[in-house]
Design a protein around this ligand. Structure first.
Ligand code: AMP
Length: 115
């Protein structure tokens, strides 16, 4: 189930990496929807939130710790930011390798578009 994110993590294709360690890699989204738009991706291949297991709890928690660090580094910690994870069709998940979006740097508006 390797996706383009696995190739980024392995350094096989270029990306703008802002953070990496043994557990996660974070890089700028290729189509940013805010001045700061970073994807925080576990190095382990997990397709969706539906595939997260209790064994992954430390890893998923670490994604939040890294998000906090990146928000500080990007200068958006105080002004605010949004963390978002899409799962499957109704959320328009495009890449089936678990990832957390970090959006910041502008007023982000309501959480969901109102119908
Ligand atoms: P999602 O809809 O949550 O699956 O989001 C996938 C995100 O991956 C989108 O915001 C894309 O713009 C982003 N994306 C796709 N390919 C790349 C890439 N090669 N480098 C950086 N971001 C990418």
């Amino acid at each position: 189930m390797a996706t383009i994110f696995t190739r980024i993590i392995k350094g096989e294709i270029p990306s703008d990496i802002v953070y990496r360690d043994e557990q996660v890699t974070a890089f700028r989204d290729i189509e940013p929807q805010a001045p700061t738009h970073v994807l925080i991706v576990p190095n382990k291949e997990i397709a969706t939130v539906n595939d997260v297991t209790p064994e992954d709890e430390q890893l998923v928690g670490h994604m939040f710790t890294v998000a906090r660090l990146i928000a500080e580094n990007e200068g958006v910690a105080e002004s605010g930011y949004r963390l978002l994870v899409n799962c499957n069709r109704d959320a328009n998940q495009e890449v089936f390798h678990l990832h957390m979006h970090l959006f910041g740097g502008r007023q982000l508006g309501p959480m969901l578009a109102r119908r």
